[in-house]
Structure formats: C-alpha cells, structure tokens
Design a protein. Sequence first.
Length: 129
Amino acid sequence: MASVISEGEEIRRKVEARRDEDDVLLLLEQSPKLSQSEIAERLGWHDDAGKPKKRRAQTALAKLVGQQLIEPLRAGGYKLTKQGESETSDLRGERWREEIGSASAAAFVGSAHGLNDRTDTAPHGFADD
C-alpha cells in the first residue's frame, strides 16, 4: 500500500537521491571498475545487518546512465562520458566550496563561542572604582 508523503519529505528524498548520484559519479571517476556492492561499501551504504545496500548503488547508476553521464563497460564497471567528466569537475568545485564554507562557519562559531565565554577584566590600575 502506498503512503502519502509530505512535500518536505519528497524534497528531502530528491536531494538525497541527487547526492547519491553525485557521490557515485565522483567515486567512479577514481575507481571505474567497482561493482554495485563495492560502490555501496565504499560510500558507507549499509543496511541494519551491515550488508551493502546494492539497490541504492544500482538506482544511482541507472540514473547516471540515463543522464548520459556514465556508460557501462563490456568488461564490467563504468566509464564517464565527456558530459560526466565535466560534471565531476563541477562537483569537485561545489564540494570544495562546501568544505571551505563549513570550515569557515566552524571557525566563526568557535571564535564567537570563545568571545561569549570570556570574562573581560580591566588591566590592573584601570578598573572603574
């Protein structure tokens, strides 16, 4: 029986699926001969029993093939198309910006936190008495 999902849940699922596709594409750029099980394993996709979620990898691979970003190889594995190579270049840039933004935010929060915890005291001889 199908269940009704909220608009927010639908958006979350689409974002997660896109992230899965991006992760697989970047992984295949480095290791094009991986099986579905190996892709799931490398990306940390496991079920409750600890087995790799091959279906999750299969879904992402099918989407990437459909988008003509990768093509299956006869001997196994996948090859990035020219469009796929361009996409991975863009993705690496996006991920780098995300990492820099996260690091900057963490540094800012850390420094702001330090300021909030600081007890300001006037140097000896300058206190308002």
